[in-house]
Each structure stands twice: as C-alpha cells, then as structure tokens.
Design a protein around this ligand. Structure first.
Ligand code: SF4
Length: 248
C-alpha cells in the first residue's frame, strides 16, 4: 500500500495513485478524493508490394533539429505515408532519465502530433505521477513515427525502417532507464517473440550501452484490464529503483 507523502499536492497524488489502482493510506484528518479526475483530463478516447526503404542513411550522426526534419520528411513506408496526417516525432525532456517507448501513433496521436494523448495518455501520465514524475520530465516516443491504418500492429519491415530514428533518439537522450510500454514495443526493442508476461518483472539491456530496460503494460490495455494496474505499478517501481541506482 502506498502512502501519499506530499500533503500539499495530496488530492492530485491520491487521484494518480487511485488511477494506478494503488490503495492509499490516508492520514487521519485528510481527505483522499481518490475518485476525482484531475482537471483537464480528456474524455475517453498492407504495405505496398515494395518494401519500405531504409529510413535514412546517416541518421546516427544527426542532431535533434536534423533528426526532426528527417522524420518529418520520411516516406519510407508507402502505406503509412498515404494514411498519416503527420509524423509523430516524440515529446519531452531531451536529457531525461526516463525514456518511455510505445508502439505507434493512434488516431488521436496522429491528429495532435504527440504520442500518448487521450485516455491512454492520461493514464500514462497518472502512472508517471504515481512514481513522482511529471510527463515533462520524461521523453516519450514510439517504435513507429507514423500511424498504421486502423491501428494495426506495425509490420516488421516498417519497424525496421523506422528503427534508426528511434535508436538515434535513445542515443541523444541517453536515458538511465527505458520503459517499454506494451508487447509490440517490448518485442521490437528486445528482438524477441516472447510474450509480455515473460518479459515483465526483470531488467533487460538495450543497445551497445546496455541501457536498462523494463517492460510494462500499455495503458490502453490497463484501461481494459484494470486489475493489472498493480503489476504496472510494480514495473514502475522497478524502473524507479534503477534510476535511483539500486535496481540494476
Ligand atoms: Fe518513415 Fe518511420 Fe514513418 Fe516509416 S514509420 S514512413 S520509417 S517515419
């Protein structure tokens, strides 16, 4: 059971912990208001015959502005380019300790140009707040920068084409931990077909620097399966221990 320590921002924190499904010990005389929804929360929200070209040569040498331009002008995946409204580069602190990596933009992300917005985005924010992190303090990106039609899974060739962009983002951010959010992100980052249940609960390593990587559920899944919020909380606590220096 978590205890809400900050009495000043207590109500918001209670709400975040409640959203995570974490029981909160409420000191006598305080009111949890755990069912409150923070203000401003939004209401519930075949590749072409030719294979995607490599996203770009020389991506590994790009700085942030050049990388943004390269993503915005990328047309490597013909089917995705034909269906996207815009590319979704990623957002957040470019020197963050935490990097959150999801699957691909959905309809709302494609519309707004930002990953993890709408209901799933709100739950992700709540998950982060539950471990004391504001959304602005992490960097959030996806395996794909373009929305797959009808939110289908990314195809392997699309993930491969987009991989240099994500690799460069990870290198530039230099996070102390990567949180792989959902099965698709975890399998692509770890190059495995193992299920999420087997990948959770331990520390993996990513890339040549061996960046610690923790796998957790996608918030869209947690909205459908709230009983698993408890496990997601455990995953976040594991990631937090890594950042604090005693989890990896
Ligand atoms: Fe380019 Fe990535 Fe979009 Fe494919 S998904 S078109 S590689 S930016």
């Amino acid at each position: 059971m978590a205890r809400a320590r900050d009495q000043g921002g207590g109500r918001r924190r209670y709400a975040y912990l409640h959203a995570m499904g974490i029981p909160v010990w409420v000191p006598r005389g305080e009111t949890a208001s755990a069912s409150a929804t923070p203000a401003g929360v939004e209401a519930a929200p075949a590749p072409q015959a030719d294979e995607p070209a490599a996203a770009a040569d020389g991506v590994a040498a790009l700085d942030w502005p050049a990388l943004e331009r390269a993503v915005a002008s990328c047309e490597a995946c013909a089917e995705l380019v034909a269906n996207r409204s815009r590319t979704v580069f990623g957002v957040g602190d470019r020197a963050a300790d935490w990097m959150i990596i999801g699957e691909a933009p959905g309809v709302e992300e494609d519309r707004q140009g930002e990953p993890f917005v709408g209901r799933a985005g709100w739950l992700l924010n709540a998950m982060l707040q539950a471990v004391g992190l504001a959304r602005e303090r992490v960097f959030i990106a996806n395996i794909l920068k373009c929305r797959p039609p009808k939110n289908r899974d990314p195809r392997p060739e699309e993930a491969a084409a987009c991989e240099p962009f994500l690799e460069r983002q990870i290198t530039l951010v230099g996070p102390r931990v990567i949180l792989a959010v959902g099965r698709v992100a975890a399998q692509n980052l770890l190059k495995t077909d193992a299920g999420l249940g087997r990948l959770r609960g331990r520390v993996h390593r990513y890339g040549p620097l061996g960046t610690p990587l923790v796998v957790t559920y996608h918030p869209a899944y947690l909205l459908r399966s709230p009983l698993d919020k408890r496990k997601a909380w455990e995953d976040l606590c594991l990631a937090r221990r890594i950042v604090q220096g005693d989890g990896a």
